[in-house]
Design a protein around this ligand. Sequence first.
Ligand code: NI
Length: 168
Amino acid sequence: MSYKLVYYGSDILKNVADDVKNIDQNIIDLIDTMFNIMYKERGIGLAGPQANAGKKIITIDIENFGGQRIALINPEIISKSEETEPYEEGCLSFPGISEDIIRPSKVAVKGITPDGKEISFGADGLYARVLQHEIDHINGVVFIDHLEDHIRREYRKELKKIKKLNKD
Ligand code: NI
């Protein structure tokens, strides 16, 4: 299995990723590769399944927006605010598609850093948004799953085209 960006239509995006049991060199290399794919594609977040790796790992870099650069292993949302807000989301696995998605405004997250430290923290704004989007990915959920059916149906043609990118 080679690490590369996969697009809508790839089964790996629908599967719950595996927990990382042991942070070995392969995991460290995978995190590097994920950052590289993310930067090459000019994304601000990536999840293992999008790199064709069924592992619970996410990478985020929102330093250009005054935020964090972080890789998290086995991340989980431990609480979310009742308050929600819409935000226009896109996804590297869905090039050309963006839609307002309503999500909790704030979340608390726990996970493990690449050097093996268990951490938990709160996030709001763009950081909360990207964390929720990426943690969805490792649970087999993609952003268009949050859209109402009639809106998702409007993208049928685009989605068909995106699916074909997996064969290139
Ligand atoms: Ni995504």
